[in-house]
Every structure is written in structure tokens, then in C-alpha cells.
Design a protein. Structure first.
Lengths: 215, 215
């Protein structure tokens, strides 16, 4: 049974890093401190950084990191997360995920522009571009996932759209014990989410707080 | 050695209940859900509700609740927390803490109005009214605390004033696993607090997340 999942990073004060597509570091300078504990896990080192040495943390953060990469068959992301706004007029631009993006399944990119042709990448990822309603794109992603889960991969505004529409079964927020005081707000307009979903809270060895909402 | 302490309640999205001094429930309707785990502790039941039966939770929430009531010799609060704005022109108004407020030590009320005479209450609490600079009021409170700690008791804007001025040694935030999406923001303009203070995070049996900042 396909579930719709979202994973987000937040600071204690409810901010996630604001991406800056024009910068060298398109995720923004706060992304590092926000995700440091995750980047230290064995799974992230392997899956995102290509470190196959087996190094990395193996505690509670790792359990969430490992779950993040398990059981997903399709993903939906916003245009900014693909990098569509960086080079809007370049049909050759394949996003900033590299030649071999770490998805290995279909990724649906939401756009308000005219859809461009799908882009097959190395390693099993294909980027599809859609300007349809989010529940239509979700239905397509569910079909493509073949019984596995669909992840709404962000950015945070895309995640909020799906959350507010009641389309999300599982939300996981990793809260870093830092105060950013700037960036994109994670929680806006989600009042009462604990009434439609069961909440768990857990602290990892790193001090990261893991919050899950499940229905 | 006197330390300056603050305890705050926050939702996951960084809000605390906005007081509504004109209402039957002056702490606002979100105060109940925000503080439910604390209100269930043995210490709060005894100290705030006068329940001497020994009933109440005795886990991690209770440890923080008990610490809250230990070792404080003076407190500083904002005018709204005393209830000064509710009846600004009534010199007989003694705030809404009842005849026997749960302090039992001097409480300094910050006000922008002309100071009124101090009000001694039953049980050892005396309310003093000050319109001086916060570091001057703090110096007076430290002297009055006789070696015990000084608590900055709120509201949240008063707490933020002291935090931003670098006057706080210990901040404890109890984060309830709920999303309020309204109220007063707890964390504004405190970027980098984890760089001047050491941070701990811990989850109680109730799911409440306890965060401390200590220097």
C-alpha cells in the first residue's frame, strides 16, 4: 500500500535553509549546520556522497537516514529543487543533481511553465515535468511507484502544499538544536496536524530531535 | 553564585500562547495544550494547583518542573504577566495571581508607567514595580535573591529582551508536540544562541521535548 512521505529539516525556531539558486552552494549557507548530523550518518555518506567505506554514524540519526532511502518508488519535487529557475531557458539544463542523481526512480518536477520533455539520467532516475494539479501529479506518481511509497521531496513550500491538502501520510522533521532566525518557515499554516496524525518525538545521540506525524 | 534563568513553553512551530488579558482565561486558549504535560506533573499539581495528594507524573517532565521551583530567590516579569494592563488605573488591583501567588519571593514587574507602591502578598511574595533599564532591575533582583537564582518569568517578549541583551545563563524551553500556527513567537532574533550557550535536548515520556541552553 503506497504511502505519501515527507522528510524535512528544521531549526529549533522552525526554519529551514532558504535555497539560493544563483550561489555556489544552492541550498544556502545554513544547510550545512541544519543537516550536519544527517550528513554524518553512514547512509548519507554512502548514498549522497558516494563514500562506500562504511564510515559514518550508526545511531538514531542513521536509523532515520536509512528509512529515508528505503521503500520509495517515485518522488515529487518543486521546480526550485530541480534547479529549473536557475536556467529557465536552457533545455539542455538537467538540474544540479549531477549526472547520476541519488533517486533511481521517476521524479516528477512541478512547474508553472510549459512542461519540457522528460530527462532520463544515469542510475534509473528520470525527471518528468508537470504543470498539473498536485493531486493529479500524485496519482501519476503513485501509479509509477508500483506499490512503493511516494516521497514529496521538497522544497518546503511544495511540502506544505501537500500537507495542507491532506495528501501526506508520514511527515518526518529532523530538528537540529540550533537557532537560525532566518530562512523558509517549515510549519506555517499546519495548525492541528497532531490531531489528524499521531506524533512521536525522539532525540538522537547528536542532539537532533526527530518528530514524526503518521496517519 | 546567582544565575539568571528563563523557562518557556513552545509549540513545534515556535509559538507560545498569546495572552488575552480581557478573557476569562488570560493565558489564552492555547495555553492548556501547550502546558498539559507540565500541568500533569506532581510538582505543578502541588505548587500551582494546591493538590497535596502527591498525585501527578514523576518522569522527565517532573524533573524539569521540580527544578523550576528550586533555588529561585527573585523573579522579574513583564507588566502583562502581572496583569497591569487589565486595570491600569486601579491602584487596588493586585494582579491575577490570587491572594497567595506561587512565588514566595520578591517579584519585579517591569512597567513603562510611573511605578506604583510595592504590594506585599500572602505567602512571601512582594510585587515591586520598576520602570528602569532591565540590567538595573536585574541588579536589584540579584541583590534581593540573596545568592539564589533570578528567574525572568515572562512573558516571552520580556524573556527575549533579556536573552538578546546577553543577560541569561540558563534557558529551558519545553516544546509540546503540537502545531499552533498562532500566538507569540518564542525564538525571534536569537540566531546563534547555540554558539554562546551549550545545548541539550531530551524527550519526556509525554513526548514533550526539553531543550536547554546553558553558559
Amino acid at each position: 500500500m503506497t504511502r505519501v512521505r515527507i522528510d524535512l529539516f528544521s531549526s529549533l525556531d522552525g526554519y529551514t535553509a532558504a535555497p539560493d539558486p544563483a550561489a555556489d552552494n544552492p541550498m544556502g549557507e545554513d544547510w550545512g549546520p541544519l543537516t550536519a548530523a544527517y550528513a554524518a550518518t553512514r547512509t548519507f555518506r554512502e548514498k549522497v556522497f558516494g563514500d562506500t567505506s562504511g564510515a559514518g554514524t550508526t545511531g538514531i540519526d542513521e536509523a532515520y537516514a536509512s528509512a529515508f532511502f528505503t521503500g520509495v518508488g517515485a518522488e515529487i519535487i518543486g521546480a526550485a529543487m530541480f534547479g529549473l529557475h536557475a536556467y529557465p531557458d536552457d533545455p539542455e539544463w538537467k538540474g544540479w543533481w549531477g549526472d547520476r542523481p541519488p533517486f533511481a526512480f521517476p521524479v516528477y518536477v512541478l512547474t508553472h511553465s510549459a512542461p519540457r520533455p522528460s530527462i532520463p539520467m544515469e542510475g534509473g532516475t528520470t525527471f518528468h515535468f508537470r504543470n498539473d494539479a498536485i493531486d493529479d501529479v500524485l496519482a501519476e506518481a503513485v501509479a509509477a511507484a508500483g506499490g512503493l511509497d511516494v516521497r514529496v521531496g521538497g522544497g518546503v513550500r511544495t511540502a506544505q502544499e501537500f500537507l495542507r491538502a491532506g495528501l501526506v501520510d508520514d511527515l518526518h522533521v529532523a530538528i537540529a538544536p540550533i537557532v537560525l532566525a532566518r530562512g523558509n518557515r517549515v510549519w506555517d499554516d499546519l495548525r492541528g496536524l497532531e490531531q489528524t496524525h499521531a506524533v512521536t518525538t525522539e532525540v538522537a545521540e547528536s542532539g537532533t530531535i526527530h518528530v514524526t506525524f503518521t496517519r
